[in-house]
Ligand binder design. Structure first.
Ligand SMILES: Cc1cc2nc3c(=O)[nH]c(=O)nc-3n(C[C@H](O)[C@H](O)[C@H](O)COP(=O)(O)O)c2cc1C
Length: 407
């Protein structure tokens, strides 16, 4: 596996935000130029479909399916939202991408707007993201000066405006319909679905919401073709993905890897392994995923392989437990995070997340009981009863985590 393939992170990790001139010199905005000159919106959409691009915001949803929903609505006011509302502990890849590669994200946003027939794009960040906000504002000013955003872009009939929105610093504000509410000036709480954003999203209009990394993959797909993109990765997991390694790694940071690389290549090859020098006992691909044990370090990172192991890559914000560490404090931390971050509007979610934290506290206090049974029962009761999927998020890390405790 050539783990050195880079589509997004092509510059040194400590380089400042990529200026427009440098991005263009490396082929940036060429995808947009060629699309506006010679390809229909359907051509662009079909290219993304053939590339089999999946969302990088956590749920791995097929991108073209979402784009088709919005593109298929009657012509008129439509929106695109680039979701950079990253607030999951352990994930820093979205803020890194926007801070360092703002033009890759903006070009993806423009291409999505063109493909779905939208006229307005929103870059959704959160208010404490000083560096990404500054980079995005500067990049947007560069775009205006170059005529790459606004009315009749590059002399084509395509007009597209972009605004940057600062959402609140909460976890739920990153959920797509909560983000729409935040942009509309309402409390950032999830909406009931259906209708899906592609049918009735921002201001009731068809809206495509994609993670900022997802959109950043689009310019390369349009410029170099779906066949090229599909040639990177493994099976139906095409292209590359960004991962965040925690501060307890020798070399923490954001890394790009092609699907099909192994966890060992990521954690030890790129990240240098645990700073402590201890062995890894178990690792969590992202907060709402199931734990994998050390024997899976050589498993390939791709959706099908991970599904067979009962987990997923999530948003790639990795954490781990080292040999000799008690898993319980970590499980309590995760349970308390979901309890604190649930927004309060769905009683079953409030009840479930509180109950999970309560049961784990009982474990910590040495109380006897059927902990697994109690947690399984409350998760089964709550499943599908929330307006967003936070209600399903705690089950996987906690139930698989109980196995680490020998429960
Ligand atoms: C509680 C919660 C928080 C979320 N936070 C984010 C986030 O910070 N960034 C993000 O892109 N998606 C987040 N999502 C997922 C979004 O709802 C949505 O699926 C995603 O933005 C779609 O983009 P993608 O298909 O490109 O992955 C969150 C979902 C939930 C339930």
């Amino acid at each position: 596996m050539r783990v050195t393939i880079r589509i997004l992170l092509t510059r040194p990790a400590d380089a400042p935000a990529e200026p427009l001139a440098e991005y263009r010199a490396a082929g940036g905005y060429e995808a947009l130029r060629s699309a506006l000159a010679a390809r229909t919106p359907e051509d662009v959409l079909a290219e993304v479909e053939r590339a089999q691009l999946r969302g990088r915001g956590g749920a791995s949803f097929p991108v073209a399916r979402k784009w088709r929903l919005a593109a298929g609505q009657p012509a008129g006011e439509k929106h695109v939202v680039a979701n950079g509302g990253e607030h999951e502990p352990g994930s820093r890849k979205d803020r890194f991408l926007v801070a360092k590669y703002p033009h890759t994200v903006l070009e993806g946003l423009l291409l999505c707007g063109y493909a779905t027939g939208a006229q307005k794009g929103w870059l959704y960040l959160i208010e404490d993201m000083a560096e990404p906000l500054a980079a995005a504002e500067h990049a947007l000013a560069e775009l205006h000066a170059a005529g790459l955003v606004g009315a009749r872009i590059l002399g084509s009939p395509f007009s597209f405006e972009i605004a940057i929105h600062r959402g609140p610093t909460t976890y739920v504000a990153g959920e797509e319909t909560a983000a729409l509410n935040a942009i509309e000036g309402k409390p950032a709480k999830p909406r009931k679905k259906p209708p899906y954003p592609g049918e009735a999203g921002l201001f009731g209009r068809p809206t495509t919401v994609n993670n900022v990394e997802t959109l950043a993959h689009v310019p390369a797909i349009v410029r170099r073709g779906a066949a090229w993109y599909r040639g990177i990765g493994r099976g139906s997991s095409t292209g590359t993905m960004l991962f965040t390694l925690p501060d307890r790694a020798r070399h923490p940071g954001v890394y790009e890897l092609p699907f099909g690389a192994t966890w060992r290549e990521l954690i030890f090859g790129l990240g240098g392994g645990p700073r402590s020098g201890r062995e890894i006992r178990a690792f969590l691909p992202a907060l709402s995923c199931a734990w994998l044990s050390a024997e899976h370090l050589d498993a390939p990172i791709d959706h099908d392989s991970l599904k067979a192991l009962g987990t997923s890559p999530g948003c790639g914000g990795l954490s781990w437990l080292e040999v000799g560490e008690d898993p319980l404090p970590r499980l309590l931390e995760i349970a308390r995070f979901f309890m604190a971050e649930q927004c309060g509007q769905c009683p079953p979610c409030r009840m479930e997340t509180n109950q999970i934290a309560h049961v784990l506290k009982g474990v910590a206090e040495g109380k006897e009981g059927d902990y697994r049974g109690a947690i399984e029962k409350v998760c089964a009761f709550a499943r599908g009863k929330g307006q967003c999927s936070l209600i399903e998020m705690a089950a996987a890390p906690i139930l698989s985590g109980l196995t680490l405790l020998g429960r």
